[in-house]
Design a protein around this ligand. Sequence first.
Ligand code: ADP
Length: 738
Amino acid sequence: MAQPDSKKIFFENLSGAGKAIAVLTSGGDAQGMNAAVRAVVRMGLYVGAKVYFIHEGYQGMVDGGDNIREATWESVSSMLQVGGTVIGSARCKEFRTHEGRLKAAHNLVQRGITNLCVIGGDGSLTGANLFREEWSGLLTELVEQGNAIQKYSALHIVGMVGSIDNDFCGTDMTIGTDSALHRIIEVVDAIMTTAQSYLALVSALACGADWVLIPEMPPEDGWEEKMCQKLSATRSRGTRLNIIIVAEGAIDRHGKPITSSFVKDLVVKCLGFDTRVTILGHVQRGGTPSAFDRILASRMGVEAVLALLETTANTPACVVSLCGNQSVRLPLMECVQMTQEVQKAMDQKRFEEAVKLRGSNFNVAVLNVGAPAAGMNAAVRSAVRVGISEGHKMFAVSDGFEGFYKGQIKEIKWADVGGWTGQGGSLLGTKSTSPPNQPAKPLADTKALGSALQAFLSLLELLTARGKYDEFCVPMVMVPATVSNNVPGSDLSIGADTALNAITTTCDRIKQSASGTKRRVFIIETMGGYCGYLASVGGLAAGADAAYIFEEPFDIRDLQANVEHLTEKMKTSIQRGLVLRNENCNDNYTTDFIYQLYSEEGRGVFDSRKNVLGHMQQGGAPSPFDRNFGTKISAKAMQWITKKLTETFRQGRVFANTEDSCCLLGMRRRALVFQPVVQLKGETDFVHRIPKEQWWLKLRPLMKILAKYKTSYDVSDSGQLEHVVRNRPKESDASVAM
Ligand code: ADP
């Protein structure tokens, strides 16, 4: 054990021995629920608790019997990539009644279960809270009937929000939402591609939908005419494809349903356009869970078990969720109420707050630096359109700083960026060159490593150059965009999520190729320069056994320990292994070396295969997360530019020479924060082009625990797991923990 630090509570103090935890999924199913169930089961077993599945949601709890079954480590194997919920979900009328809940309580106490982990929407969580509040009353009744033992005096409950259609707590971070977005975007992109290839309309495509009908906001009377007018206006501007999205249950002001076929007939009748209806239906719940949902659900599942262990009779039931990039525990009921408030805000149409047109008419340029990352185009589109609506003239620089130097600068208009959101790569072009004035040291020797760190270094250069050239005394802002996710000052960067999805999808396929064959271990090399983000977090999403990275040095004993771990694993029913290796994790322990070592050491037990993922990780079409993230962060950056321009506009010109006028906008824990680039210098390891501190290192023990390694944990800082670094497992730890 590492030396205990007085601030830290080690997990040994949070033993689950003697406790029984039950996990259930309830309400509509959502992608990623399985990852949550898997994490709860494995973390529960890891801390020494007994874990039970409750099949078919509350119905299974009320019915009892075979619906409540003990879970084993192996029983959650191969679940990560499966859609929906493996343990079943149902709606249950009986649970809404006192009798139903009494039966459910009886079924739980019979098995000694007093910890309940509910994965579902706000209905399910409301039910859970009610159940907990009634618990002691229910037990008294059971005792009176001669049924229960009084010692189970309290029921501990933790919730996780799994729902595709709830905007719980005003975030888009509920389990399942990201996957549903993937499905919708796939379909909408497919429609666009069809139209593109047949009708060659790509340049004229308006991005996204032209009209959206949702139940929460019935359109005003006369909407039919307005919609048709809008559609025909876009056609006269050259657009030949329009997309109208109709949500299930959409109604007009008088409560009359608006169906997709009604909309179709309307468009055909009024405009005569060729109109097709595509009903997404269960497509939205289908397919594979996205990388984001798997990571979210795994993090939340582990956190849920910790929350249960820490709960006392007096703590209110909580829901674990993600705020920005941070796990948080929130009181369950407050959370449900917050959701309803978001709904209210939507009803009040607060989003319609007018954009203030400043009309100050500045010239603002946008450029992409470093290797292309999916979502960059969405970011450019958003900057251009927000800039224009704030009254500026927008310019696009092609080919990064090289184009800037050569004068490849052109005005860019609103319509020029139409349809950019869904496109991969960089439409402006990127070049990893230094700014024109100073081919200075740190830049001269950098390779095109695929790093937005290049942009960061360039901003530092431009800042220094302000002393010599007044032209650089203008506000400058950078938004991080790189698959590697190695930008100081930001937990996440545009493009990393798309890369994670590419890695996860490939790993799923590779894993699947092994089923039915003999015992096999795959060694997969990921990109990232010296940054181990993709290997580590991709490993978590794909259910890997190990991930070798530069940031966590390893030696021959670690490699040996991993081989032994895999040898043990092959004795169980899970006869597959997945090992990720970051491209620059070690000069000598190359992918080939590791492959050969595993091949030799595994001889007779398993065979090995290797795979270098390469540039496919830069992804084709950007993931929904990267589209949204790019759009949001860039809009915020543009608003900041406007503010700074206004602040520094004196005597007819802009003059910005303070450090805080040259910033990086990054996601830090819960919020998007502007940080002067100078201040971030100290946080950067320039040699390896990574931040000195990286939050995701905390997720590494999670991957190990879920792969059955023995690792230590501490849970200082509520709601946040921290890694106790243990460089090398002692011999006794190398074997499987349980
Ligand atoms: P979701 O959890 O996705 O919002 P529902 O609202 O259908 O889905 O709830 C799922 C189940 O949770 C219901 O079938 C019912 O068993 C239980 N439930 C929902 N609301 C309550 C409530 N107020 N009291 C007791 N049980 C409830």
